[in-house]
Write a protein that binds this ligand. Structure first.
Ligand SMILES: C[S@@+](CC[C@H](N)C(=O)[O-])C[C@H]1O[C@@H](n2cnc3c(N)ncnc32)[C@H](O)[C@@H]1O
Length: 243
């Protein structure tokens, strides 16, 4: 997997600078980022309430539809991109709550911080690689969310173990991600960066979460995404698990 992480950073750096769209291969015609977000479950009215530049159309589901955020909660969003789910979460947890977005791509962080300017005192963006160390203290978060990011990591087990570390006891992880019916025979770095070739099977994904020590691991939603030319069926799932 040499060089994959640098390629992921390069790709999402270009996406942040609007030099490349986030459409998956074969998905031409996905429309504006707002339309792409609505197609994966975001509410059009709620999208109007966040900075429009935070909407990249880069997710693969809408984890906040399942996270049941409450006023005052602390939320951490892994691979926060330009901040869409951070800002939506901030609107839900209110001034007594707080939301921390984590991303490893400098251009994304700069874009997200710019989007937060002026309006979001309870929001913070931090630089971090979630499969090395999430820059958040032990037992801090009530909720960890993530949208289409874990598949981009090489060491998913390490990422899940880091999520568990930063959650409070009883805290929940609610994430959208891509899965496949069988792994790629050989990895194409471009397809890894497009959230395809790094995808695990659903069984391996769930097993990896359980191995990290989570309880009540539940797949809440599953949608077919695309069929690859080699016959692999790629789907998006929303998974919830509890520490
Ligand atoms: C497909 S985009 C999703 C962005 C955002 N969640 C959304 O829905 O718009 C993936 C994001 O995850 C970030 N990312 C990928 N791997 C990461 C890692 N190991 N640690 C932190 N961020 C990562 C990328 O920089 C990029 O911003």
């Amino acid at each position: 997997m040499d060089g994959i992480k640098d390629k992921v950073k390069e790709k999402y750096g270009r996406v942040a600078l609007s030099q490349e769209s986030c459409c998956m291969p074969g998905e031409c015609g996905c429309g504006t980022p707002g339309q792409a977000a609505e197609a994966i479950g975001y509410d059009a009215k709620e999208l109007e309430s966040v900075p429009q530049e935070s909407i990249l159309g880069a997710g693969c589901g809408a984890p906040l539809n399942f996270a049941e955020l409450r006023e005052g909660e602390t939320v951490v969003d892994l691979g926060s991109g330009a901040g869409i789910d951070v800002f939506l979460s901030a609107n839900k947890v209110g001034r007594s709550g707080r939301v921390i977005g984590i991303d490893m791509t400098d251009e994304m962080l700069a874009k997200a911080k710019n989007n937060a300017k002026g309006g979001y005192p309870n929001v913070e963006f931090r630089r971090g690689d979630i499969e090395e160390h999430i820059p958040v203290g032990d037992g801090t978060a009530d909720v960890v969310i993530s949208n289409c990011v874990i598949n981009l990591t090489v060491d998913k087990a390490r990422a899940f173990s880091e999520v568990r570390r930063i959650l409070k006891d009883g805290g929940r992880m609610v994430i959208s991600d891509m899965v496949t019916d069988r792994p790629a025979a050989s990895v194409d770095p471009e397809k890894w960066c497009s959230c395809i070739d790094g995808a695990l099977t659903k069984d391996d994904y769930v097993a990896s979460i359980k191995k990290a020590g989570f309880a009540n691991v539940t797949v809440l939603e599953e949608r077919p995404y695309i069929d690859e030319s080699d016959g692999r069926k790629i789907a998006s799932i929303v998974v919830k698990a509890v520490k």
